[in-house]
Design a binder for this molecule. Structure first.
Ligand code: NI
Length: 381
C-alpha cells in the first residue's frame, strides 16, 4: 500500500466519524463515498435501495464477478470518547465502526483501481441502514444481485476484544438471527386493596417473564445456541391501582432456523398457559428480523487463506456471536463469507454500541488489503 493511501484511510474514517448519520438518513455519508470514488476514478451507481452506493471496476476479459460490502450507518448514542475526531452531531455516533468499514472498502477500491494485474468485475457495495432498518433487504429489493451480478460476496466486522489486526474466520454460523417479541397482557383494572375484583396483568406478566426463561433452559438442546431476553416491562400509573394492561418486549437470537421455530413455539405455548392460569388475555406478536449470517465452506477457506497471505494471525476457533448482522440476507442468496478483524482490547466502555467505543485506525490497511486480495482471489479461483 502506498503512503498516500495509508494517510487517506484514517482521514476518510475520521471524517465519517465526525459526521455520523442514523439508519435511512445516510445522505451525506453516501455523498462522501461518491465524491471519494470519483476522485479515485471508480465509477458508481448511487441511490440503490435508499442511500446505497455500488461502485464497479472491470478489468480484462474474464466474466467472473465478486461483491465486497461495507455498512455506512451510525447509532442514536451520545459519544463520550472526548477524541479530537468525536461526533459533531449530538446524540448520534459511529459506535459500531461502520465508519471504518466504509473507509476500508474505499481503500479496497483504491487498491484495485491502481492494480492492473487482475481480470473480472468487482462490485463495492456501500450499504445503508444495517442497524435494524433492513438496508440489505432494501438493496436486494432494488435489484442488487440482478443489476450488479456477483457470484459471491464478502465483508467484515471489526471486533473489540480480539487482538488488533487478528482475523477470525468461522466455519458456518458467524452471527445470529434476531426476532422481536411484543407481548400484551390484558386483565381487568381495580383497587389495589380489592384484588379479588380485578384480574391482575402485572402478576401474570411476572410469572410469564420467569416462565419464558425455561424455553432456552428446558426446550433447546444445550449444545445449540439460543437466547431469550425480555427487555421492557410497562404497566400502571398509580401505586394503589391494579392496571388493566401490561406490555413486555424483547428479542430472541438463534443460529439455526429449527431452533428459531422451537423458541417461537415455546414462547407462544407458555403465553397460552399463563393466560389460562391467571385468567388474562395474552397477545404475542413476533417479528423475524435478520436471518443468521452463515459462511459457506469454500468462501470461508478463501477468506482465511487471503488473511494468512497478509501475514496476520488467523483464528478459526472463535465462537460465533449472538448479535445480529444483516449480511445474512446476502448469504441466504449467494455463497460468501463474513469475517471479524480484531479491533484490539475493548477496555471499559469500548465494546460495540458503547459510548466510549472507537474504530481502531491501525487496522484499516489490513482490512483494505484483505478485501482487495479476497476479491482478486475469488475472481481467479
Ligand atoms: Ni455493526
Amino acid at each position: 500500500m502506498d503512503s498516500s493511501l495509508q494517510q487517506a484511510l484514517p482521514q476518510w474514517r475520521r471524517h465519517l466519524h465526525r459526521h455520523p448519520e442514523l439508519s435511512l438518513q445516510e445522505q451525506e455519508t453516501a455523498a462522501f463515498v461518491c465524491r471519494t470514488l470519483a476522485s479515485l476514478g471508480v465509477p458508481f451507481t448511487a441511490d440503490v435501495g435508499g442511500h446505497g452506493v455500488v461502485a464497479t471496476l472491470t478489468r480484462g476479459a474474464s466474466n467472473r464477478s465478486v461483491g465486497l460490502r461495507a455498512d455506512m450507518d451510525a447509532l442514536p448514542i451520545t459519544e463520550t470518547t472526548g477524541l479530537p475526531h468525536a461526533s459533531e452531531t449530538a446524540g448520534v455516533m459511529h459506535a459500531c465502526g461502520h465508519d471504518g468499514h466504509t473507509a476500508s472498502l474505499l481503500g479496497a477500491a483504491a487498491l484495485l483501481a491502481q492494480d492492473a494485474d487482475w481480470s473480472g468485475t468487482v462490485h463495492f457495495v456501500f450499504q445503508p441502514a444495517e442497524e435494524g432498518y433492513g438496508g440489505a433487504r432494501n438493496m436486494l429489493a432494488d435489484g442488487l444481485f440482478d443489476r450488479f451480478p456477483m457470484e459471491r460476496i464478502f465483508g467484515y466486522h471489526n471486533w473489540p476484544g480480539l487482538e488488533a489486526g487478528t482475523v477470525a474466520v468461522h466455519d458456518g454460523a458467524v452471527m445470529a438471527a434476531g426476532s422481536r417479541v411484543q407481548i400484551t397482557v390484558d386483565g381487568h383494572a381495580g383497587h389495589a386493596a380489592m384484588p379479588h375484583l380485578s384480574r391482575d396483568p402485572v402478576l401474570a406478566s411476572a410469572h410469564l417473564l420467569v416462565a419464558l426463561q425455561s424455553v432456552v433452559s428446558r426446550n433447546v438442546d444445550p449444545l445449540q445456541c439460543a437466547v431469550v431476553s425480555i427487555c421492557t416491562v410497562n404497566a400502571g400509573a398509580a401505586s394503589n391501582q391494579i392496571p388493566s394492561r401490561c406490555e413486555l418486549s424483547g428479542t430472541f437470537r438463534t443460529h439455526r432456523p429449527a431452533v428459531r421455530d422451537l423458541v417461537e413455539t415455546g414462547i407462544r405455548r407458555i403465553a397460552v398457559g399463563i393466560a389460562t392460569s391467571f385468567d388474562v388475555a395474552i397477545d404475542v406478536d413476533i417479528q423475524h428480523g435478520v436471518c443468521a449470517t452463515v459462511n459457506t465452506r469454500a468462501e470461508a477457506e478463501l477468506a482465511a487463506a487471503c488473511a494468512a497471505e497478509l501475514g496476520v494471525p488467523v483464528r478459526r476457533n472463535v465462537p460465533p456471536s449472538m448479535a445480529g448482522e444483516d449480511f445474512g440476507w446476502y448469504l441466504e442468496q449467494k455463497p460468501g463469507a463474513f469475517i471479524w478483524i480484531g479491533n484490539g482490547p475493548a477496555g471499559p466502555g469500548g465494546e460495540l454500541h458503547s459510548p466510549g467505543y472507537d474504530f481502531n485506525d491501525a487496522i484499516l490497511p489490513v482490512a483494505a488489503e484483505w478485501l482487495a486480495r479476497t476479491a482478486r482471489r475469488a475472481l481467479a479461483s
